[in-house]
Ligand binder design. Structure first.
Ligand SMILES: Cc1cc2nc3c(=O)[nH]c(=O)nc-3n(C[C@H](O)[C@H](O)[C@H](O)COP(=O)(O)O)c2cc1C
Length: 198
């Protein structure tokens, strides 16, 4: 099962980066990511071979770290290269020990160094939160996915967020819409590739 998380890594120059990434946890304490080469996260993981998985429920944090130049409040990890978000419900520090190149991306796997529960996660499922994540993923793939497919995902997500979401989901959708509107106005040639932040 892939869990949507916010992965923090550090660049060669020391700056801390946060970006949403899917992570697969296995029962033997290993973690697997598939990361596009175009992302800062990939460059950082290749350079430092470690990072922090932040598990969070606040969907606005996914939007801001995916699409905006935004650094959430955090503390530096003592064990690996990366940051533990103040709002993380759980922080998983990991080291990469295997990289398998694929086309345009790589499968990176490694072991968990430390896993800490920091807050009680919000219980229950909200459809608006899931819908906002789907819209966000579609917008991070502008220039890669078919425009109609993205437009349909946006329309459906909008409906679900408006019907079922709370304040965070509405704010998240508004931030996604702002980037979407700008991206569809400009030439699709450079209207966003995986890894681009505005
Ligand atoms: C929920 C979610 C999951 C994502 N999972 C991945 C992933 O597994 N691999 C990847 O390369 N990009 C993934 N992305 C896209 C990156 O987060 C996005 O390209 C981001 O801008 C990369 O930031 P960076 O360049 O600072 O690393 C995901 C986006 C979202 C919203």
């Amino acid at each position: 099962m892939i869990i949507e998380t916010i992965v923090s890594t550090r660049s060669a120059s020391g700056s801390v980066n946060f970006a949403p990434m899917g992570a697969t946890f296995s029962s033997d304490g290993r973690v697997v990511f598939v990361v596009y080469h175009s992302t800062q996260t990939y460059r950082n993981l290749e350079a430092n071979l470690s990072g922090v998985i932040n598990l969070v429920s606040d969907v606005t944090l996914f939007v801001k770290t995916a699409l905006y130049d935004f650094s959430p409040a955090h503390a530096l990890s003592n064990h690996v290269e990366g940051g533990i978000m103040d709002l993380a419900e759980e922080a998983v520090e990991f080291e990469i020990d295997n990289i398998e190149p694929m086309e345009g991306k790589s499968k990176l796997s490694g072991h968990v160094v430390s896993r800490k529960t920091l807050k009680t996660p919000e219980a229950g499922l909200n459809r608006g939160r899931i819908a906002a994540i789907e819209a966000l993923i579609a917008v991070t793939r502008i220039g890669v996915l078919d425009r109609m497919e993205i437009a349909q995902t946006m329309e459906r997500s909008r409906e679900i967020v408006n019907k079922t979401g709370g304040a965070k989901e509405l704010e998240a959708m508004k931030l996604i819409e702002e980037v979407y509107e700008k991206a569809i106005d400009v030439d699709s040639e450079d209207s966003g590739k995986p890894g681009s932040k505005r």
